[in-house]
Design a protein around this ligand. Structure first.
Ligand SMILES: Cc1ncc(COP(=O)(O)O)c(C=O)c1O
Length: 381
């Protein structure tokens, strides 16, 4: 029989929102301009400048950003896009929606990021692009991927959904690819509830902007704002993926807090590193030299021994200790619509069967962090 936990449930993730976000949203509501307008534009400019990117376009989700990135890349039917399988389904889905074929390549066993050598081996005459992903907030080997893409004339797209504040070897995640996409989903390193951004080469971002605004060549703010005209032209059959100003209002304030959020996430990760090291069969994350980790995830691996497996640990943490965890990810090649994709990914399968994400977010108190540590020690005792 299990004893019900006495402390309130500690979720795997919870956003940190304060009076600053509330005031900025109220200001937007009172301004009379709710949809994509001045705040979305300011948010784009701030992210663009922080990345040193040529251009940025704020959108309704990272999934929308991925779709636009692949459409802007001009993927043609039959063309292949290399991507990891240990990722969220959004990138492979967007590849298919844009008419391409996802090709899953193996990951690095230390960082769980796409392995540049494996991606290189997966290149064929049909390959058009590589979509890398910065797993959990640790950037992939951007120098190697830039070189690989340039050598083969491929587009490099960074799925930086986990990594807006992360760096590797002096380069910020999202600043090296031809395009990069970010997520502001509710559980991400900063949130707007739902939201995303696409940044990178101005020719490609301009295409994405056109496609994400119905194919109309001006913004609604330009058309209906002060001193403007409602005349417009549809240049391509587009979609509607714009970010409203109510959302951008939250983003502007969250972006200001991102360095502090990252610092707090790093503190929690350091506490886990110190206190969980040495538990048998528990592998803690490795941070490479020269990396500023974004710590969206604190991913551990649990070797199955007798009755202790990743799933039993997750169940015990939830049911006995009232602590939520998550799994990142069920590999895409094991998901229904992708099961037919031919691939041999033993490292991905090995990591995915053992991976568990512990709570690691700025809204956690020191007591919360200690509670997770104590619970894991209890599970291992
Ligand atoms: C790696 C990755 N890419 C893309 C997405 C999609 O983000 P969004 O929910 O903003 O569309 C996620 C969401 O979890 C993700 O983890």
């Amino acid at each position: 029989m299990t004893t019900a936990p006495t402390a309130p449930f500690l979720p795997w993730n919870r956003p940190s929102l304060g009076p600053e976000e509330e005031a900025e949203v109220l200001d937007t509501l009172r301004s009379g301009w709710l949809t994509a307008g001045p705040k979305a534009t300011r948010f784009e400019q701030e992210v663009r400048d922080a990345l040193g990117a040529e251009d940025a376009f704020a959108v309704s989700s990272c999934t929308a950003a991925l779709h636009l990135a692949l459409l802007a890349a001009g993927i043609r039917p039959g063309e292949e896009v290399i991507t990891p399988s240990l990722t969220f389904c959004a990138a492979p889905n967007a590849i298919v929606q844009a008419g391409g074929t996802p090709v899953f390549a193996e990951i690095d066993p230390v960082t769980y990021n796409l392995d540049p050598a494996a991606a290189g081996e997966a290149i064929t005459p049909q390959t058009r692009a590589i979509v890398v992903m910065h797993y959990g907030g640790q950037p992939c080997d951007l120098v190697a991927f830039r070189k690989l893409a340039d050598e083969h004339g491929l587009l490099l797209i960074e799925d930086a959904a986990h990594a807006l504040h992360a760096r590797r070897d002096g380069a910020r995640a999202g600043s090296v690819g031809d395009l990069a996409v970010f997520s502001f989903y509710a559980n991400k390193v900063m949130t707007t509830g739902e939201g995303g951004m696409i940044a990178g080469r101005s020719d490609l971002v301009q295409k994405a902007r056109l496609l994400g605004r119905h194919g109309i060549d001006t913004s609604v703010w330009q058309r209906h704002g002060a001193r403007s005209t409602a005349d417009y032209e549809v240049m391509v059959p587009g979609l509607k993926y714009t970010m409203p100003d109510i959302t951008a209002a939250v983003g502007l304030q969250q972006f200001r807090k991102l360095p502090d959020f990252t610092a707090r996430r790093a503190q929690i990760a350091a506490a886990y590193d110190r206190s969980l090291a040495g538990l048998p069969g528990l592998r803690l994350p490795t941070v490479l030299e020269g990396v500023r980790h974004g710590w969206f995830l604190y991913p551990v691996l649990i070797d199955p021994v007798r009755s202790r497996t990743r799933d039993t640990v997750a169940d015990t943490l939830r049911e006995v200790h009232g602590i939520g965890t998550s799994v990142h990810f069920k590999p895409v090649h094991q998901l229904g619509t992708y099961r037919h994709v031919e691939c041999h990914l033993p490292v991905t399968d090995h990591i995915a069967a053992r991976q568990l994400s512990l709570p690691c977010y700025p809204a956690m108190s020191s007591t919360d962090v200690q509670r997770v540590i104590d619970a894991l020690h209890a599970v291992w005792s």
